[in-house]
Design a protein around this ligand. Structure first.
Ligand SMILES: *[C@@H]1O[C@H](CO)[C@@H](O)[C@H](O)[C@H]1NC(C)=O
Ligand SMILES: *[C@@H]1O[C@H](CO)[C@@H](O)[C@H](O)[C@H]1NC(C)=O
Ligand SMILES: *[C@@H]1O[C@H](CO)[C@@H](O)[C@H](O)[C@H]1NC(C)=O
Ligand SMILES: *[C@@H]1O[C@H](CO)[C@@H](O)[C@H](O)[C@H]1NC(C)=O
Length: 393
């Protein structure tokens, strides 16, 4: 429109020019008309098709895409709800407040189990000699376990029933975090199940978790039926489908992240109410696989590693991951798991897209895993025997 106008204006100028001088003056205005038209068309195109790749950006502006986006009216942003505004201001504040560094920072190991902990003797070996640098909390949802290790005696917290796939699982995780947060020396928090084992010695685990600013929360986008297919529009406006994420529940997290989970009522209630088994008659949604990945993706995406440091083997392609038997547990198996340096996610749509990422720790390639599951109780003797060897890898 601008160019057409410019053209018409130019023509008018041409018409009023005295005839004898027309020939001499024709060249200049023609050039101006062509130039103005080109620039106008350029601007119209830039407005209609904002450049998405950096090459296009440099054609339009020497400052890259930022330059061009400054000329355009801002995309209409969704107005935040009152709850959302309140939630975000609290979360931002917690994340930007530096941690009061304790003189003796500890890692809290949070065990989520129905009853017994079959690998207590292995964990006892793992903890031995490192008193004062860790604390243990046990959430036994069915029966009070009988303990074999002094590190576990009297470490149960008040528990409640946990139903697989239901919000009660998330509630138990929050209960463990709340109890562990009471001790200001706890700087990092690790969630483990009764079938989890340590893959490394204590010092390795301690340094890996303490000397980084990242939480190891598993998170990826799965467009398939077991990913975004579980999303419900009842979660709107606060949780949009494009932000819905998936990941294994076995996290490790820094203190600020544990605190923002305590502060969150809004996103938690969305998942409690609209992500549960048997939603809308047929859809199954499991909060323990979606709440935390989605929450961190929305509120602190660069604060999480996007993979879990707890290894599990899904390669059999069944409903449940592989359970290791006594026969499976050899030095070779342990070495294989320990040396993995890439994390893998597979989408649940027809494409079954495999997403492989290098595990980066403070920017450097490092082995991905500190713990592993699922080990059957019968593997205990093998693991106790091999522990001093495989943790030396
Ligand atoms: C973690 O963040 C703090 C504060 O931003 C910074 O001083 C420290 O160097 C960071 N540590 C690592 C390991 O990145
Ligand atoms: C995790 O993924 C998000 C995108 O969802 C990305 O912004 C973030 O940088 C990733 N984290 C790390 C540590 O690379
Ligand atoms: C260990 O890894 C090697 C090489 O990938 C493989 O050939 C072998 O079968 C693996 N062993 C076990 C016990 O997983
Ligand atoms: C442990 O490692 C040592 C030295 O590499 C080796 O001699 C020993 O056989 C190993 N033990 C087991 C149980 O693999």
């Amino acid at each position: 429109m601008k160019s057409a106008q410019a053209l018409r204006l130019g023509m008018k100028d041409m018409q009023i020019l005295p005839v004898p001088r027309q020939r001499a003056h024709l060249k200049k205005p023609t050039w101006i008309i062509v130039l103005v038209s080109l620039v106008s068309m350029f601007l119209v195109c830039a407005y209609v098709y904002p450049p998405h790749n950096s090459a296009a950006c440099y054609v339009f502006s020497s400052h890259g895409c930022k330059g061009i986006s400054n000329w355009l009216p801002p995309a209409p942003a969704r107005e935040l709800t009152d709850d959302e505004m309140a939630s975000r201001v609290v979360i931002r504040d917690i994340l930007s407040t530096p941690l009061i560094v304790s003189q003796k920072p500890k890692i809290a190991f949070l065990f989520l189990t129905p009853s017994a902990l079959p690998f207590e003797r292995l964990w006892d070996k793992f903890f031995q000699g490192h008193e004062g640098r860790f604390s243990v909390y046990v959430h036994a949802s069915k029966d009070k376990p009988v303990h074999f290790s002094r590190y576990f005696i009297n470490r149960e917290i008040r528990s409640d029933k946990v139903v697989w796939g239901k919000i009660s699982m998330v509630d138990a995780e929050r209960r463990l975090l709340a109890n562990a947060l009471q001790d200001a020396d706890n700087h990092h928090f690790v969630l483990l199940s009764e079938s989890c084992i340590p893959l490394r010695d204590f010092d390795y685990v301690y340094n890996y978790l303490m000397y980084t600013n990242i939480s190891f929360v598993d998170c990826f986008e799965d467009p398939g039926p077991h990913g975004s297919g579980r999303y419900s529009e009842h979660m709107l406006p606060e949780v949009e489908k494009k932000d819905f994420r998936k990941g294994a529940q076995w996290f490790t997290m820094k203190r600020q992240h544990a605190l923002i989970i305590m502060a969150d009522g809004l996103y938690y209630s969305k998942f409690r109410d609209y992500c549960r088994p048997g939603m809308e008659g047929k859809k199954n949604c499991y909060s323990d696989e979606h709440y935390l990945p989605t929450f961190f993706h929305m509120l602190d995406p660069s604060g999480i590693a996007n993979w879990s440091v707890t290894h599990v083997d899904w390669s059999e392609g069944k409903w449940h991951p592989k359970s290791y038997t006594a026969q499976d547990v050899t030095y070779e198996l342990m070495k294989n798991i320990t040396l993995i340096t890439e994390s893998m996610h597979v989408t649940s749509d027809e494409r079954k897209e495999v997403q492989i990422r290098q595990c980066l720790w403070n920017g450097n390639e490092r082995p991905c895993y500190l713990f592993a599951r699922k080990f059957l109780p019968e593997t205990l003797d093998n693991l106790l025997y091999l522990f001093p060897n495989y943790t030396m890898i």
